[in-house]
Design a protein around this ligand. Structure first.
Ligand code: ATP
Length: 301
């Protein structure tokens, strides 16, 4: 069974069309990214998947059921963009209460609350109330809440916004470690992060689904890419020299020291050694050479 089926999905707020005839199907598996500029309709799509909104037109099914239906209780959960915790209850009490609302007995609910707090590395704040937590800690508590029970689908809206780099990394590691059991759909503006986590990317723009990119099939494409960052070089000479190498199809400069090289792997067995000897001949220093191209380049070039 598909995890999400979306057919002709449209959503109006009054006269404002926030989602425009969106169609896609998603299977269970590796994390899926939902990307798009501000106002593209990402939160609206999440709200429809959670059952907070009813579609104006079209249909959405999660695990074959209508979002919000009793059959999905405990199987789908979400970290909303502006998740709020109850300021008057300790973290442990409110997570325990939420676990009880999922049908657990008080003792089991408390154990479950402690289990998810351990996952986000926050057992030490179990007895504290939300106002004494930092923004990043509150965010991790909300992520813990989304992991309670055994959900099959977890929707994370901007899970690392406002987190420091170390905690953002912890959240990414947690998502990866759980992604064998849970399918995550992650909305974020951080393309570098999504690239590390996701195999598939849905790109929304002005309410329309304009691209659905599989990062795996991107790696099996006819042409390959290298992304090159130079320490020092003459950009025009470098572009000219690179373009003259066998198998190179195009060289695009992203900035004065960053270049994307598109090449045909059938015509050159290994381009990298050729590049290294070119740098040596010319006395150019490179900083970084990456196989492939970034998600940003894939979506916007
Ligand atoms: N409750 C609402 N009433 C009226 N218009 C709304 C409402 N919620 C969203 N919109 C509009 O619908 C469109 C899509 O909004 P949405 O919040 O889904 O976008 P988003 O992709 O999540 O944006 P962001 O990246 O800024 O969070 C926007 O034009 C927004 O102004």
């Amino acid at each position: 069974m598909m995890l999400v089926n979306c057919t002709g999905l449209s959503q109006f707020y009054g006269n404002k069309l926030a989602l425009d005839n969106v169609d896609f199907n998603l299977g269970a598996g590796a994390p899926i990214a939902l990307v798009g500029p501000n106002g593209a309709g990402k939160t609206t799509l999440f709200s429809l998947m959670c059952g907070y909104l009813t579609p104006s037109k079209g249909e959405i099914l999660i695990l074959g059921e209508k979002p919000g239906s009793a059959q999905l209780l405990g199987r789908v959960s979400a970290l909303p963009q502006d998740a709020k915790l109850d300021p008057n209850l300790s973290i442990l009490s409110q997570l325990t209460l939420l676990a009880q609302l999922q049908g657990m007995k008080p003792n089991a609910a408390r154990q479950e609350a402690l289990r998810v707090l351990t996952l986000v590395d926050l057992t030490e704040v179990a007895g504290q109330k939300p106002p004494s937590l930092s923004h990043g800690m509150s965010k991790r508590v909300s992520i813990a809440q989304a992991l309670m029970g055994s959900p099959e689908l977890v929707l994370l809206d901007e899970p690392t916004s406002g987190l420091d780099p170390a905690n953002a990394k912890k959240v990414r590691e947690l998502v990866l470690s759980l992604s064998g059991e849970i399918t995550f759909i992650i909305s974020s503006h951080n393309l570098d992060e999504l690239e590390k986590l996701c195999d598939q990317v849905l790109y929304l723009d002005q309410g329309r689904l304009t691209q659905s990119v599989s990062l795996q099939s991107r790696n099996q494409a006819q042409f390959d890419y290298l992304t090159l960052t130079m320490q020092s070089c003459d950009a025009d000479s470098l572009t000219k020299e690179l373009s003259a190498r066998t198998g190179v199809i195009a060289v695009t400069s992203k900035s004065s020291n960053e270049f994307v090289i598109q090449y045909d792997p059938a015509l050159t067995s290994a381009l990298e050694p050729t590049l290294f000897s070119l740098f040596e001949q010319q006395g150019w220093q490179y900083k970084m050479l990456l196989k492939g191209r970034t998600l940003e380049d894939t979506l916007f070039s």
